[in-house]
Design a protein around this ligand. Structure first.
Ligand code: MN
Length: 704
């Protein structure tokens, strides 16, 4: 059995000034009070608070919390009073035990309303002292560890479900990863024994060979670190059945497809080394696309920081790698407990938990407990994000919502006229995802209209509907304009001066009520210009011939909206990507070139006679993420070893795909580099250029 001295030694590891006699006293107090009480497992009841105290020590909790953990069931299950605890162990301990005791009915209730009521108590207690929540989590963890002794299956399943829905997300939310992982794994075993067993047996099969694999990969990564002059600790492990299962669920893939069941953690001394190590790994191993995450520059809402990437590592194994500093590692393991300050007699420093206050705020404003319960479940399980308006109001949005969703949630007019946004004071693109606690401000311009690709920026129904509605009316207008310009363009092209009367006659002949409808049909490509021409010939009794066969042109694959029905000519001076402002240059008798509006070469060529300029715009299809476009960048860089791979890392980190890289002229210590890359639109290109510009060794980034 665990002795008082075991506990004292445990605390001493991180808090040498522990009050030994007080710990002994708490131990004896709990032992005496619980006396001969027995748990369902057949063990003495006292084992339970003792285990809870040990869990709290493993989380490096302060002395008062450990004592409160040891005493947490005394008020509920014995004749102990709060006053009694206060006199012996101080008010801090007494308050915590009282806070935990108020919550004890939470577990035995099965009615949603009552459960919600108790959950409300849990939050209010946590808001007054977050340590109450941590004791409750330790209590739940031990109860889960002994869950198998509960006789009623319904009870076990209920507790397991509640653990997955409430306690594990709460543990994750305050960053106590160790507790979260254990809670999830035990609950998973109870709720889905078949899935658990099948994953476990496949893992066991892999385990047989994996020990050797893990040590080989670890030593390869260590060699790499040494070659980069980085001292670090590397550990490898097989992921837990629950995390494998949830990945299979989230990404909707099978066990076989989920190749990266091995995860490696590299703990280094400082932030610079994190990125150096990442650069080294990306340089030496094939990077799995879309898996790189930089939680150092953008920490998770529980303060977790780390770099994540997946590569085809040593032995050609697909592995996940996390890179972080020692401090980040402590936070990753212990969450808020890592921030404890033990300088002043083992007590805590105040840690701000705005999210709990937010929940309490909702709680005070929700119309019924049921509604609150639903809201809270989404809040703690992070299916919702909470952000703050410039006036300080809290707005809740589904997880994954963008700044633009926020704008539409305020009012559809705000959304429709949004031009820029500030997130915590920084200018950000409208598709930036909102994190909990972000302060969001929208800048509007009444003349601005929604853009087609906005539909991909939003997740909320309200925003999607509003954008669609606005686009539909804009689209109609645009189609009309395109049709009309194509019509007149076509006749000019054929050197025909067409009169208003002719237009009306053509429309009538083709059974349209008005010229507007005629133009609209041309705009939608329902009516081709060769049909129009034959009608014109009929009316005018002329034999005008089609100069360029445009029967194919409406099937033009370029996602450009108002492209006239003439051939598209290749250009080399610039490479427009969706989102760029583009112009067409029509060369008489040849066709049309498409340029970026700012392109100097194109602008210089216009002479008004042989070449004419027409404005063009991208169609919605252009913003399909699956379609990639070529973009060219010129970068002036300090020419030093490693800088090229660092550039590649930056670009790949933003999901750009480099297809060509050429080193051009060198001057002094600088070099000019030409990069061709594939990207999906201007927004992504802008992000890549901004990331490159923020690198110290990069002098200049321009598009070419
Ligand atoms: Mn308990």
């Amino acid at each position: 059995m665990v002795t008082p001295q075991d506990l004292i030694n445990g605390i001493k590891e991180y808090y040498p000034n522990v009050d030994e006699s007080l710990i002994e006293r708490a131990y004896l107090f709990a032992l005496t009070k619980h006396g001969t009480q027995i748990r369902e497992s057949g063990d003495p009841f006292f084992f339970h608070p003792l285990e809870v105290a040990e869990i709290l020590i493993s989380l490096r909790m302060d002395q008062d919390t450990v004592i409160a953990g040891m005493l947490h069931d005394t008020i509920e299950d014995t004749n102990t009073t709060i006053d009694e605890l206060g006199k012996i162990f101080g008010n801090n301990v007494a308050n915590m035990v009282e806070g935990v005791s108020k919550l004890s009915k939470f577990e035995s209730s099965s009615i949603a309303e009552k459960q919600a009521e108790n959950f409300k108590k849990l939050l209010i207690s946590a808001a007054s002292d977050i340590r109450i929540l941590i004791i409750k989590l330790a209590d739940r963890l031990h109860n889960m560890k002994t869950l198998k002794f509960k006789k009623k299956k319904v009870r076990r399943q209920y507790i397991a479900k509640e653990t997955l829905e409430i306690y594990a997300p709460l543990a994750e939310r305050i960053g106590v990863t160790k507790v979260k992982d254990e809670l999830q794994d035990i609950a998973f075993t109870e709720l889905y024994p078949d899935i658990y067993n099948s994953i476990k047996s496949r893992l066991n099969h892999l385990y047989e060979s994996s020990e050797h694999i893990i040590s080989t990969i670890t030593s390869k990564l260590t060699e790499l670190a040494i070659s980069l002059d980085i001292s670090c600790t590397i550990s490898g492990r097989i992921k837990s059945p629950y995390s494998i299962w949830s990945k299979m669920n989230v990404r909707n893939i099978s066990f076989e497809q989920l190749a990266d069941i091995m995860a490696f953690r590299i703990v280094v001394d400082n932030v610079a080394q994190c990125y150096q190590m990442l650069g080294g790994i990306h340089k030496n191993y094939l990077v799995v696309p879309n898996r790189f995450r930089d939680y150092i520059s953008t920490p998770k809402n529980n303060n977790y920081q780390s770099l994540h990437t997946s590569v085809i590592g040593p032995l050609n194994k697909k592995i996940e790698i996390q890179i972080r500093t020692k401090e980040m590692h402590l936070v990753a393991e212990y969450g808020i407990a890592a921030h404890w300050d033990y300088k002043e007699n083992g007590s805590r420093t105040k840690v701000d938990h705005q999210w709990i206050n937010n929940l309490v705020h909702i709680l005070e404003n929700a119309s019924g407990m049921e509604e609150f319960w639903e809201n809270s479940k989404t809040e703690i399980s992070s299916n919702a994000v909470y952000c703050i308006t410039p006036k300080g109001n809290i707005v809740s949005l589904p997880k994954g919502s963008s700044v633009l969703d926020f704008a539409y949630s305020i009012h559809s007019d705000v959304g429709n006229s949004a031009i820029e946004s500030r997130l915590n004071g920084q200018l950000v693109p409208l598709n930036t995802k909102i994190e909990n606690g972000d302060q969001v401000e929208i800048l509007t311009d009444q003349n601005h209209i929604p853009e087609p690709h906005w539909e991909d920026y939003v997740v909320t129904l309200k925003a999607k509907t509003a954008i669609k509605k606005a686009l539909n009316s804009l689209e109609k207008e645009r189609i009309f304009m395109i049709g009309r310009s194509n019509f007149y363009e076509f006749f000019k092209w054929h050197n025909v001066d067409i009169s208003e009367k002719d237009v009306q006659a053509i429309a009538k002949n083709l059974k349209f009520d008005s010229a507007t409808q005629l133009f609209y049909s041309i705009g939608t490509c329902e009516l081709t210009m060769s049909d129009v021409l034959s009608t014109y010939n009929e009316i005018k009794q002329t034999g005008l011939k089609l100069i360029i066969d445009n029967s194919e042109s409406c099937k033009n694959t370029l996602p450009i909206r108002n492209l006239p029905n003439i051939p598209v000519l290749p250009v080399t001076c610039c490479s427009p990507v969706p989102g760029d402002r583009i112009v067409g240059i029509i060369s008489r008798g040849k066709g049309i070139e498409i340029h970026i509006e700012e392109c100097q070469i194109s602008n210089n060529q216009i002479d008004g006679q042989e070449k004419r300029l027409i404005p063009l715009s991208w169609s919605k299809e252009a913003f399909d993420e699956k379609v990639r476009y070529l973009a060219k960048l010129a970068i002036v860089v300090v020419y030093e070893p490693g800088n090229l791979s660092a550039i590649a890392t930056i670009i790949e980190g933003k999901n750009g795909n480099i297809i060509n890289l050429k080193i051009g002229e060198k001057f002094e210590k600088f070099a000019r580099i030409q990069i061709e890359l594939e990207i999906s639109d201007i927004a992504q290109l802008t992000i890549i250029m901004a990331a490159l510009r923020s690198a110290e060794f990069i002098q200049k980034v321009t598009r070419t």
